[in-house]
Design a protein around this ligand. Structure first.
Ligand SMILES: [Zn+2]
Length: 323
């Protein structure tokens, strides 16, 4: 689905710390940007902040639609928000038809989307997946999010729970996960998993990590210097990702895997290992068909993805006409 290049959309990206926004045209170019601490105090403050952001970005421009990416699951059939972690002001809006409320307040057709889905859609449209037919996107941070974009269309599943790659179980006896299961991909490759293994390792072996701040960047740096514990953490991360991606390639035979998020800053050092581990765990042809890339849109991805969601808004979700 293409939109005229001069059509205008607003994309908002609501994270745990910042609200980012952009006025985005039909080609995906971000014309103006907004970046401010997200209102944490109350749901009303958050809604008022959204009103203000829309007003300041939209100005007197004819905005066709508003897309909002946020850390939660959105049921597109009911417009309701579920599964909202980490953001109290947003969690208080759980169960509410938030898109419709924002639409009522701003007068602009509004669509909500899970933040990882929005990021994946952006990368598939204008980023590292742009020339591939189908893309699986993974974002590696404290949480591990994912998105499945098939022939340019985001696969949401019935209630918006599709693409939750971080909760594929890799180790039935593994560490408990916030989702209620254990040994999920997120418990191994999420930032907390890196730190937990570093702390465990430091109790029983020598490592240059002793006394250093335990975070992915220092662990990657230590691994590059040849530290055994740090290398084991990277290798275990790569193996877990290879397990998950091997399953994904066998299931979907997509042409592109795109990996983003803070942990992906480890770059080729991690990616090369992930590719090698994936190769061992799927059909050779499925592996040959797929190219592996780091995300390329940087800080604009959430905003561009939210605007893209607005562009592709599902019929029937936005009943209120603009203006
Ligand atoms: Zn889980």
């Amino acid at each position: 689905v293409d939109s005229p290049a001069d059509a205008l959309y607003i994309g908002l990206d609501i994270g745990g710390t910042f609200l980012k926004g952009g006025l985005v045209d039909g080609s995906g170019a971000v014309l103006t940007r907004l970046h401010e601490p997200v209102a944490q105090t109350s749901p009303d403050d958050l809604l008022r902040q959204i009103d203000g952001a829309v007003l300041s970005l939209g100005g007197s421009h004819p905005v066709r639609a508003l897309g909002i990416g946020l850390p939660g699951i959105v049921d597109h059939e009911t417009g309701r928000l579920s599964g909202v972690p980490n953001l109290p002001a947003l969690a208080a809006l759980k169960g509410m038809a938030l898109g419709r409320e924002i639409e009522r307040r701003t007068g602009i057709p509004t669509v909500l989307e899970n933040d990882a889905n929005a990021l994946g859609l952006a990368e598939a449209w204008r980023g590292a997946g742009r020339d591939a037919g189908s893309v699986v996107f993974l974002t590696l941070g404290t949480g591990v999010g994912g998105a499945v974009v098939l022939n340019g269309v985001l696969w949401r599943g019935k209630s918006g729970y599709a693409g939750e790659i971080g909760h594929m179980q890799l180790d039935p006896g593994g560490f408990p996960c916030g989702c209620g299961s254990r040994g999920c991909l997120e418990t191994i490759v999420g930032i907390r998993g890196w730190i937990r293994r570093a702390e465990e390792g430091l109790r029983r072996r020598e490592s240059s990590l002793a006394g250093r701040a335990l975070e992915p960047a220092t662990i990657v740096a230590a691994a590059r210097e040849g530290d055994g514990l740090a290398l084991d953490i990277i290798d275990e991360t790569a193996r877990a990702l290879g397990q998950a991606l091997g399953c994904i390639l066998n299931l979907l035979n997509v042409e592109r895997i795109v990996i983003g998020g803070g942990v992906a800053a480890a770059g080729a050092f991690l990616l090369d290992r992930v590719v090698a581990e994936t190769r061992r765990r799927c059909w050779p042809q499925g592996f040959e068909d797929c190219a592996f890339r780091l995300a390329s849109l940087g800080g604009d991805a959430g905003v561009v993805g939210a605007a893209r969601v607005a562009m592709l808004r599902p019929l029937g979700v936005s009943a209120v006409p603009a203006g």
